[in-house]
Design a protein around this ligand. Structure first.
Ligand SMILES: [Fe+2]
Length: 283
């Protein structure tokens, strides 16, 4: 398996694929949604070509570990086939469900956090890891609703998944900022409650405030990945680094995608914050 530097990387979307292949800008690593490449052999060939110059992480959006009716074994096999050609540094996915029977719902839906869902998610992560032959990374979701049937805090649920399956955790700092606003909790306490030793990667992405139709005058923050990273996310990122130590960090931008250089600029800012945290820790 290729090793990965702690230096920040960027999410590579199809809009930047040709430019990336042609210009090969300085960037520590790249993360892609493998689903964008499964039915696009030309793009897959370009990605395989890039993998000789950049460590690549596969961030799946179609492995639905929270689906009560099981995960799609054929889809999982296709991810494994691509991974065998890319030799990715990480393969990750979300604490969510996105399929129902054979329907792909094109969104990430929330789960109650209780013993029943814990058993389902853990069983599916074991299945994923058995097929992929490596630890899977699970990402904390952006939340808009909670469930009365939840008996675990999200951080407890993530920690217990890691204990039961040996999976690693992907801490999306911006998702914590979004969830903390929408669900009214303290994002710094959430970072404190995460099991620091289980974190392998950090995400940073932009979000969009929208009017909350259910509560006139209130704002709901939506995890759109369509904007620059907010100052509140940068501040929480600096705090997370002090708690977790330096971690491979990834800039996500999926909608209203800016020029590639703007993404690389966000990665440089993350790198600067990592360096400040390192120097602060070194005294
Ligand atoms: Fe993320």
């Amino acid at each position: 398996m290729t090793s990965i530097p702690n230096t920040p990387g960027v999410g590579l979307r199809l809009a930047h694929l040709a430019e990336m292949v042609t210009t090969r800008p300085a960037c520590a690593w790249l993360e892609v949604h493998p689903e964008n490449f499964l039915a696009n052999p030309h793009a897959a060939e370009l990605l395989i070509d890039l993998s000789s110059d950049y460590p690549i992480s596969l961030h799946t959006v179609g492995i639905s570990v929270g689906s009560a009716n099981g995960i799609d074994a054929f889809h999982l096999q296709r991810i494994r086939d691509l991974a065998e050609r890319i030799d990715p540094v990480f393969i990750s996915g979300h604490l969510a469900w996105s399929t129902y029977r054979n329907e792909y719902l094109n969104d990430l839906f929330p789960l109650p956090y209780n013993e029943e869902t814990l058993e389902i998610v853990a069983r599916h992560i074991h299945q994923v890891q058995d097929v992929l032959q490596r630890p899977y990374l699970i990402e904390n979701p952006a939340s808009y609703v909670g469930f009365r049937s939840s008996t675990f805090r999200e951080t407890e649920f993530l920690a217990e998944i890691a204990v039961r399956t040996g999976c690693r955790l992907l801490c999306d700092v911006s998702n914590i900022v979004v969830s903390a606003h929408n669900m009214n909790f303290d994002p710094y306490t959430y970072i404190d409650q995460l099991p620091a030793g289980d974190i392998s990667e950090i995400h940073l992405g932009g979000f969009t405030p929208e009017e909350d139709e259910g509560t006139p005058g209130a704002e709901l923050w939506i995890d759109t990945h369509a904007a620059p990273i907010a100052e509140s996310s940068w501040a929480l990122y600096a705090y997370a680094l002090r708690r977790f130590g330096a971690k491979p960090t990834l800039i996500e931008w999926d909608n209203e995608i800016p020029p590639l250089d703007a993404l690389l600029g966000e990665a440089r800012r993350a790198d600067g914050i990592q360096r400040e945290a390192y120097h602060a820790a070194a005294g």
